[in-house]
Design a protein around this ligand. Structure first.
Ligand SMILES: [Zn+2]
Length: 336
């Protein structure tokens, strides 16, 4: 399996986050990439490659929040003599708050306009990492478009919560949506992250060439989305107490009832592994390590070239092994 990653993905590293109302370490850390790499690099089945630079217009066409805007917001904040460690919004552009279209140009207000929560701190390095992640994803997409059976983009920050113009949930640019728009033909985005990919659903909504299928926890972050099917979005909310067997059954049904009948040319997997019961910020309470080999085998039934894009997963002790379990069992079935 070709693995696309970049050292630039390690740069974005805000010093803290607000979790459950408390100041906490930034859990979506650069070490996540290193932990996964340390495990995969020991196996000859995974070939690490540097990304190939692709057309940047693909990003600016999809996103109004381009790199210049990101950097400008941080620069302004620093020049004001405030924190240089990152900008966190204080207020959001809530529909009940706004009294006119004459929006404030204050830097904190500007950041609040382009974020929907406080877990998307913008630092001087954020754009570099987000941009490198997109380049890795597009390189992976190129690999499967040119006849490869599968590819893996080992990237961070993750992407599936970000919409065209909103950061949130550690996400800044939506990699799965960018890949789906880049690839030709019919595409399924299968989102197995613990959380609903609200951003992906929003961006691909109404696109008949793309089917979004998400298995995620009910009544958990981002709370307001993912409760029902809508057009080309199949949402499968699962109770937090979901067991390994129940999850695999739900995945099996999603593949046979929705993915196979859609007849995709490409499968994009929003590959979050924060479903594991020991994950510090997520996790179904009865999903154990044994689930991940079954997950890989199930996904192999979708029978089309696949692009795996790293999303969540925060249990550092097992993160690399879980990723390897899924990808190895997927390749075992397909004899890759
Ligand atoms: Zn997640």
């Amino acid at each position: 399996m070709r693995v696309f990653t970049s050292l630039d993905c390690l740069l974005h590293n805000p010093p803290f986050e607000i979790l459950d109302g408390d100041k906490s370490e930034w859990l979506e850390s650069p070490a996540r990439i290193e932990k996964i790499k340390q495990v995969l690099i020991k196996s000859e089945r995974f070939k690490f490659e540097q990304f190939i630079r692709k057309n940047t217009l693909l990003i600016s066409k999809l996103y109004t929040t381009d790199g210049t805007q990101f950097e400008k917001k941080v620069d302004i904040r620093v020049s004001e003599g405030r924190s240089s460690s990152g900008v966190i919004p204080e207020t959001f552009l809530h529909f009940n708050l706004v009294d006119s279209d004459d929006f404030s140009t204050h830097s904190v207000a500007q950041v609040g306009r382009f974020a929907f929560d406080m877990t998307s701190t913008i630092t001087k390095d954020t754009w570099k990492s987000a941009y490198a992640a997109v380049q890795c994803v597009l390189s992976g997409a190129n690999a499967i478009m040119n006849g490869g059976k599968t590819a893996y983009a080992l990237v961070r920050p993750p992407g599936h919560h970000s919409t065209q113009d909103l950061c949130g949930g550690y996400c800044y640019l939506n990699h799965a949506a960018i890949a789906a728009n880049y690839l030709s033909g019919r595409k399924v985005i299968l989102d197995v992250d613990y959380h609903h990919g609200n951003g992906t659903e929003k961006i691909v909504k109404g696109n008949e060439d793309i089917l979004y299928v998400s298995l995620h926890a009910d009544d958990d972050y981002p709370y307001y989305t993912g409760h029902r099917n809508a057009g080309n979005a199949i949402n499968i909310p699962l109770p937090r107490t979901t067991t390994t067997d129940e999850y695999i059954l739900a995945l099996q049904k999603a593949i046979s009832h929705h993915i196979l009948p859609f007849r995709p040319d490409f499968l994009i997997i929003s590959f979050g592994v924060d479903t594991y019961n020991e994950d510090p910020i997520a996790g179904f309470s009865n999903v154990d390590r044994g689930m991940y080999t079954q997950m890989g085998r199930q996904i192999s039934q979708s029978k089309c070239p696949s692009l795996w894009i790293q999303e969540g997963g925060y249990h550092m002790e097992t993160l690399g092994d879980i990723v390897k379990d899924v990808l190895s069992s997927y390749m075992d079935v397909l004899e890759i």
